[in-house]
Design a protein around this ligand. Structure first.
Ligand code: SIN
Ligand code: FE
Length: 288
């Protein structure tokens, strides 16, 4: 199969420049992989690499767009964690501005997360289980086609890789699962909003994205037999993808930093490659 991974030689967060082929690959749903680009921890930050920095019952630590840190256990480590995550945010956003300057005025910063939990031992419902191939779509947060661009880095101190599976292109996924999708219902969407199940009105786009997400995750035969490749992201590497488009699953690993950025689909280099454009084309309908 065609690889869904594009390897880039960049070794400096500040040194990225735009390249037509990489941009087209990213917007086609491929993963840009930077084996030589790592996030450097300060010596005193080593002690933050333990699951005990997590508050009880919390999956991830997050730094919100206003710079507030959430999910850290104990007052003493809050500042240190906040500084580490904030430094990653600065570098990740610098990388994106360098690679994709046309996005810059339209990007909206979302939280930065620090994930110290071990992936292999997490217990989750099938719907929340990111060890199953999926595209990102969140039941409570409709986004009307706004893109989810993510920068990841593996900071594992023992050198354990973060192991992903990367699946087939979005259009292939959509063609497979759209015919099985439940029809959209506006009154149901209105009800979900009234009950505060969703934070805003769920559009047909958001409904279909969730149907693809659930369709993929609930189909064990698809999980096993769909076209896919396993990728080991070593400690000290970075990768970038549109996680609402790239079919992905995380199989193992521990200690990762992740930055999310949102972008209106219309502000892409090629808006026709977005999930919104693809789903609109395949259904023949306006979905937002
Ligand atoms: C996901 O976005 O599905 C999880 C990615 C990861 O934890 O490596
Ligand atoms: Fe995901």
């Amino acid at each position: 199969m065609d690889t869904q991974l594009v390897e880039l030689d960049l070794a400096d967060w500040a040194g990225a420049t735009p390249n037509e082929a990489w941009i087209a690959a990213l917007e086609a749903g491929k993963v840009l992989y930077f084996p030589r680009l790592g996030f450097e921890l300060r010596p005193q930050e080593r002690e933050l690499l333990t699951p005990s920095v997590l508050s009880p019952e919390v999956r991830n630590i997050s730094l919100d767009a206003n710079g507030r840190i959430k999910g850290v256990a104990g007052e003493a480590r809050r500042q240190a964690v906040s500084e580490m995550v904030g430094r990653f945010r600065a570098q990740a956003t610098q990388l994106i501005h360098g690679l994709l300057p046309h996005y810059t005025p339209a990007l909206r910063l979302a939280p930065t997360s620090y994930r110290p939990a071990q992936v292999e031992t997490r217990v989750q419902s099938w719907r929340a289980d990111d060890r199953r191939l999926h595209i990102d779509s969140f039941p409570s947060r409709p986004n009307y086609g706004e893109r989810i661009l993510r920068v990841f880095t593996n900071v594992n101190p023992e050198g354990a890789p973060r192991v992903w599976r990367v699946g087939e292109p979005f259009e292939t996924v959509a063609k497979r699962f759209l015919p099985r999708a439940k029809p959209y219902s506006r009154w149901q969407a209105r009800l979900l909003q009234a009950l505060h199940v969703t934070k805003s009105f769920r559009s047909e786009y958001d409904h279909l994205m969730l149907q693809l997400h659930d369709g993929m995750k609930s189909d064990l035969d698809y999980q096993k037999n769909a076209q896919q490749q396993t990728v080991h992201f070593p400690a000290g590497s970075v990768w970038v993808c549109f996680s609402d488009q790239t079919s992905h699953a995380v199989m193992s690993g521990q200690y990762m930093l992740e930055q999310t950025l949102h972008l209106p689909a219309a502000r892409q280099y090629n808006p026709d490659s977005s999930p919104l454009a693809i789903l609109s084309r395949l259904t023949g309908r306006t979905l937002v």
